[in-house]
Design a protein around this ligand. Structure first.
Ligand code: HEC
Ligand code: HEC
Ligand code: HEC
Ligand code: HEC
Length: 160
């Protein structure tokens, strides 16, 4: 191989490994991105895919309420230990303490309003990482497989 072309090869190999990374990383975290028979997400999970179900109370009445309310009814209930949390990447709070706004929301100084305001966010995966929302029942990490619907073996509700 001539000396000029070698760096190009190295760059190409690096590029390939970078492109490969999300999927292999997700597998290491126990995520179910194998594209198996029971896959729901078309590749990497997205906020849009979460909202498709979580904002569809007609087809998923067991969700009981719209998504912000679902979170806000947790205010005052105890924050679980990280290992038990369904949202281990949420901003914070001490386990055992009651959920307050700051456990989920970050405040930023708004110069126009001269006040601290809630920093807007919307991406579910920011707090509910891939490892807690994917994976088969065998891997145990997927919160969807800890629900009443799962325990009643109503797989079809989510898996179509
Ligand atoms: C409340 C919704 C829900 C219910 C009920 C549910 N699952 Fe899942 N399941 C999911 C989600 C979400 C995933 C992640 C899908 C993905 O990664 O594409 C998943 C993933 C899986 C996977 C891994 C798929 C893959 O390719 O990685 C298997 C296997 C599976 N579920 C089996 C079952 C079985 C069997 C039942 C019933 C006993 C069941 N599930 C009930 C939501 C649910
Ligand atoms: C195919 C529909 C579907 C998709 C896609 C889906 N969910 Fe769900 N999810 C459900 C249903 C239905 C339940 C409630 C089941 C029950 O309470 O019996 C649920 C429950 C949950 C729970 C609570 C588990 C518990 O113990 O009560 C969390 C957290 C959650 N989903 C987050 C997510 C996130 C984040 C995404 C996107 C990455 C997502 N879901 C994608 C249908 C879905
Ligand atoms: C357990 C986490 C959690 C806690 C605790 C929490 N929130 Fe939220 N909040 C959320 C999530 C998640 C959303 C966005 C939901 C969505 O986009 O579907 C949200 C949305 C909001 C919004 C945007 C308006 C809306 O309804 O979408 C406001 C304002 C808000 N929260 C204020 C508060 C205040 C004030 C408190 C404390 C009393 C609080 N939240 C406590 C998670 C939480
Ligand atoms: C800023 C962080 C944050 C974001 C963003 C967020 N959540 Fe949550 N969510 C939480 C926390 C914290 C909990 C409580 C986890 C626990 O106590 O185990 C929670 C709990 C839930 C629950 C279960 C509520 C219950 O009654 O136990 C569902 C369902 C859920 N989230 C869905 C979503 C969906 C869908 C999105 C995106 C549209 C989303 N969340 C965005 C932090 C967040």
């Amino acid at each position: 191989m001539n000396r000029l072309k070698q760096p190009l090869w190295v760059a190409l190999l690096l590029l390939i490994s970078v492109v490969d990374l999300p999927e292999s990383q997700a597998r290491m975290m126990g995520g179910g991105m194998g594209g198996g028979m029971m896959a729901i997400f078309d590749g990497y999970p997205t906020e849009e895919a979460c909202r498709n179900c979580h904002e569809d109370l007609e087809n998923f009445p067991m969700l009981e309420m719209v998504n912000p309310d679902r979170h806000h009814t947790l205010v005052g209930t105890p924050i679980p230990y990280l290992e038990q949390s369904k949202a281990p990447d949420a901003p914070g709070g001490t386990p055992g303490d009651p959920y307050g706004c700051m456990a989920c929301h970050e405040y930023v100084w708004d110069i126009m309003q001269m006040a601290y305001v809630i920093k807007p966010f919307s991406d579910c995966l920011q707090c509910h990482p891939v490892s807690v929302v994917t994976g088969s029942p065998m891997t145990r990490g997927n919160v969807h497989h800890q629900t009443e619907t799962f325990l009643q073996r109503n797989c079809h509700v989510c898996h179509g």
